[in-house]
Design a protein around this ligand. Structure first.
Ligand SMILES: C[S@@+](CC[C@H](N)C(=O)[O-])C[C@H]1O[C@@H](n2cnc3c(N)ncnc32)[C@H](O)[C@@H]1O
Length: 401
């Protein structure tokens, strides 16, 4: 490790060289302010990404509510962008390359205090594939990820937790689009500081997605949020309450069943992500009872309908769909979610059944997105389907069918 103080121009020239080295730069962050001025954004992240149009410098600027992403072609375009950023009044630059990490801090006298440390030989260098070009919903070094054990103390996602991090990011993308769309169409009210968006996460487990939803909506989108997490495990409640206190997040955690959890007020948004088997049905029934405006449910294992199919008599000529165990399980997954969607449509919801996360990350990758529009569908299709297969779905029972 070396430390030196030099003129700001000399220090920034070093930073510039590293930022424009598209073969060496891993990522860079500009943040903080100088004594002499305030930069236009809270933080800026830079990395090189390989797009279809060739290698580009990706710049993500974060203000209090949003991330703004722009891509700049290697060469003059990227150099002009870097020069513009270096002229702004950021007080700190951290630049990671394949060989070292350089930190530059602008001192009170306006000089550059520069520290460099060699990169550990075994530290992985991230790829620059198209996937990397996706806008980050929450930066990897958001304190949330270290608090949840997904990132190390330096704010880097642990290789063993990368799949969970990707799931969080994919979930936030869907949440973001769903909230924006429901608000734009007038299906979700506009929350205020005194009456925040009420979100409940049913079967929240250790709260990865719960906290991420809160953090993203409040920090990146400026939406006031009041969060409640429900899980049957007391350990989850205690763990989550302590994480929330550590992060200064105003959230409430309840140890209890999804079917019986008491909430002070009905929620606007219901999340139920990988709640086991019929716990997803309990969550959907609660959402219908609360008349929740938006529901995002990613079902987990489906045993209930699979067991009924095993015992029952399939309608001709569909016996071969359920004769073999693996096909029966897959068909049961499909039938269960199709019936859930039909029931929600009868109760005034517009429902999309969509991919949750890329199937290479988890086989449990279906998401039911339901937005309460008030337009109810006829019961005929549902009635015909359950009659043909001789099944009694749990959600149907809960909704009095
Ligand atoms: C697979 S974990 C998913 C956790 C979290 N939603 C996520 O996606 O990371 C399922 C969680 O649901 C909880 N759970 C299952 N059935 C429940 C029920 N009926 N009432 C409350 N919690 C339940 C379990 O305790 C567990 O923490």
């Amino acid at each position: 490790m070396t430390s030196r103080t030099e003129t700001l121009d000399a220090g920034l020239a070093r930073v510039r060289g590293d930022l424009l080295a598209d073969d060496r730069l891993v990522r860079a962050v500009a943040s903080g302010r100088r004594r002499t001025g305030v930069p236009p954004y809270r933080r800026v992240e830079l990395r090189w990404v390989d797009l279809k149009a060739g290698r580009h410098l990706q710049v993500v600027r974060y203000d209090a509510t949003q991330a703004h992403t722009s891509n700049h072609a290697r060469g003059e375009d990227a150099a002009a962008e870097v020069d513009g950023l270096l002229a702004e009044a950021y007080g700190n630059w951290t630049v990671e390359t394949t060989t070292q990490t350089l930190s530059l801090r602008v001192t009170k006298k306006g000089d550059a205090a520069v520290h460099t440390a060699a990169r550990a030989a075994d530290e992985p260098v991230p790829e620059r594939s198209h996937d990397r070009a996706k806008e980050r919903m929450l930066p990897e070094d958001d304190p949330l990820f270290a608090a949840l054990g997904l990132a190390d103390a330096k704010g880097r996602i642990k290789p063993s937790r990368m799949a969970k991090y990707r799931q969080v990011e994919d979930f936030l993308r869907i949440l973001d689009r769903s909230v924006a769309d429901a608000r734009a169409r007038g299906h979700l009210r506009r929350p205020t500081e005194s009456d925040p968006l009420r979100i409940v996460d049913l079967g929240c487990g250790n709260g990865y997605l719960t906290f991420a939803a809160h953090r993203f909506l409040s920090e990146q989108r400026g939406i006031p949020v009041r969060l409640t997490g429900v899980d049957v495990k007391e350990q989850s409640r205690d763990h989550n309450a302590s994480v929330a206190a550590g992060l200064g997040i105003d959230a409430h955690f309840v140890a209890g069943t999804i079917g019986e959890a008491e909430l002070p007020e009905p929620p606007d948004v219901v999340l139920a992500l990988h709640a086991c088997d019929t716990a997803t049905d309990d969550a959907l029934a609660r959402a219908v009872g609360w008349e929740a405006a938006l529901v995002l449910a990613a079902p987990c294992c489906h045993h209930d309908i699979a067991a009924q199919l095993r015992r029952g008599e399939p309608p001709a000529p569909y016996t071969s769909l359920v004769r073999d165990g693996i096909l029966r399980e897959r068909f049961a997954d499909t039938l269960t979610d199709a019936l859930r969607a039909l029931l929600l449509r009868q109760r005034g919801y517009r429902v999309d059944v969509m991919e949750f996360v890329d199937s290479q990350h988890t086989p449990r990758n279906t998401l039911l997105r339901a937005v309460r529009t008030g337009g109810a569908q006829s019961a005929q299709e549902y009635d015909d389907l359950v009659a043909a297969w001789g099944v009694r779905p749990r959600l149907g029972e809960l909704l009095g069918k």
